[in-house]
Design a binder for this molecule. Structure first.
Ligand code: NAD
Length: 490
């Protein structure tokens, strides 16, 4: 990957707001800078939307809604399918952009292109499958018709950690259902969404159906859109505290909401687990995306009789990681998103060590340039440590020993979050008991990565509301109407 190639790609990314099919600067001409977290250097300046720009984007989405929602579902699906094909054609560009603005190694960025692209194909196929039903009421005095309708203009807010997949996971089902959207990517990683918007235009998405607002004035711009009575739906992926604030705003307009929030995933290893599989799964569940995934394993709950062997084996694997800019050959772990994240991760490790945890490897920030934190393993992390309660969002693997199955379930469920859990056991009945006992919306049984466009992704408890992907995903953007007609034979 040459510097000239990177410069050409960055130059090809639009730097404006996409509103009603037109790329344009912010109303007050303001711009915001996007940095490469591996170098700390700014790579591009883009438009920094004002409140008026946000409202103009909603104007465009509202104007486009009548025509898009009545476009035949097959036609909407075919446009999404073309977008899927274009994502495959431009996969290398998308992967490189994500590595530049977010820091994940190129191989992982390619994996995200495959995963993120899949939502376009999946919902292209779901668009024509939306069905209603018709039948007599039980009294026989009438006929009941149930139909599904697009909810209306939607506001989509995405986080920085999966810049492509979080956008396609919302845009694809919304468009498949007949909704129009305003999308606001995170200010830290907006370039992938801007590039995706160009792909959607090239695929034939009509003007006003997808509008992109990039902004550093996040709270006022978002609030103006959320409080506008024309908005019918808010879909948010991000942290739980921000999600709670937005839910309160959405309550005033009784908006439909989907909330994909934080996680604190337990990764439970029983004494009857296949340790080879458990170690492989642990590395994937913890270090994918440099630990910055809502699905990242946060607490490794390991049976006391295998805890030492498990910890030694993951430590050996972690010591072999190569850290660096994700574009470099052989790099397996990139930087964190910014220096604040480095500080927070360091503080969580220090708190655990102060309370008596054993530091097996890593632990000390590498220092600049770039926001690097070394892959870290902690053993015997005592109950009460901050790292067990908070979402780490960094490359730290924290092991907590347990003694029996009830103990494992108690520790695993001891969190306000409920996004995903991982369990390793070769005992089928035990695996089934864990499916019934763990309080999470998703579970990997002898598997370390669960994300799949065909599956309903989402959490229990404070990890969120609603599901993205699967047959369920499109229903987040549909509303039901029941119509009663008289008995036609009466
Ligand atoms: P964040 O909550 O800080 O930001 C998420 C988005 O909300 C960004 O676009 C941000 O600009 C915007 N935002 C922030 N403050 C806002 C406000 N006051 N009003 C309106 N919008 C606002 O989260 P983040 O740091 O970008 O992402 C990390 C978090 O996202 C983690 O907690 C992670 O678990 C979660 N996440 C969840 C899922 C999931 O599917 N459950 C997926 C990925 C990330």
């Amino acid at each position: 990957m040459t510097a000239t190639h990177e410069a050409a790609l960055l130059a090809a990314v639009p730097d404006g707001l996409l509103i009603g099919g037109r790329w344009r600067p912010a109303a007050d001409g303001a711009t915001l800078g996007v940095d490469d977290p591996a170098t700390g250097e700014q790579v591009k300046q883009i438009a920094d939307a004002t409140v008026d720009d946000g409202v103009a984007a909603l104007d465009a989405a509202s104007d486009a809604f009548p025509s898009w929602s009545t476009t035949p579902a097959r036609q909407r699906g075919e446009i999404l399918r073309r977008a899927f094909d274009l994502v495959q054609e431009r996969a290398e560009d998308l992967a490189l952009l994500m590595t530049i603005e977010m820091g994940k190694p190129l191989a992982e960025a390619r994996g995200e292109v495959a995963y993120g692209g899949e939502f376009l194909r999946w919902f292209a196929e779901e668009a024509p499958r939306v069905q209603g039903r018709y039948g007599a009421n039980p009294e026989g005095s009438g006929r009941m018709t149930v139909t599904q309708h697009a909810v209306g203009p939607c506001f989509l807010i995405t986080p920085w950690n999966f810049p492509l997949a979080m956008a396609t996971r919302k845009i694809a089902p919304a468009l498949a259902a007949g909704c129009t959207v305003v999308i606001k990517p995170a200010a830290l990683t907006p370039l992938t969404t801007l590039y995706l918007a160009r792909i959607l235009e090239d695929a034939g998405v009509p003007a006003g159906v997808v509008n992109v607002v990039t902004t550093s004035r996040t709270a006022p711009v978002s609030e103006a859109i959320i409080r506008d009575p024309r908005l019918r739906k808010l879909s948010f992926t991000g942290s739980t505290p921000v999600g709670q604030r937005l839910l309160a705003q959405a309550a005033d307009g009784v908006l439909r909401t989907s909330m994909e929030l934080g996680g604190n995933a337990p990764f439970v290893v029983f004494d009857d687990a296949d340790l080879d599989k458990a170690v492989d799964g642990a590395i994937a569940a913890k270090f994918r995306n440099i630990g910055q995934a809502c699905t990242a394993a946060n607490r490794f709950v390991v049976h006391r009789s295998v805890a030492t062997e498990f910890t030694e084996r993951v430590t050996e694997r972690v010591r072999a990681f190569r850290s660096g800019r994700g574009t470099e050959e052989g790099v397996t772990i990139g930087p964190l998103i910014d220096d604040r994240a480095v500080e927070k991760t360091g503080a969580l490790v220090a708190d655990a060590v102060d309370r008596g945890a054993t530091l097996c490897t890593g632990g000390e920030p590498a220092g600049g340039p770039g926001s690097f934190f070394p892959a870290t393993v902690l053993a015997d992390v005592p109950a009460g440590s901050d790292i067990l309660r908070e979402e780490i969002f960094g490359p730290v693997l924290a092991v907590v020993p347990f003694d029996d199955e009830d103990d494992a379930v108690r520790i695993a469920n001891d969190t306000e979050y409920g996004l995903v859990s991982y369990v390793y056991t070769e005992n089928l009945a035990r695996g089934q008991r864990m499916i019934e006992r763990l309080e999470t919306g998703m579970m990997g049984l002898n598997v370390g990565v669960v994300s799949n466009a065909a599956a309903p992704f989402g959490g229990w408890k404070m990890s969120g509301l609603g599901r993205e992907g699967g047959a369920e995903g499109i229903h987040e953007y549909l509303q039901t109407k029941y119509t009663l007609t008289p008995d036609p034979f009466a």
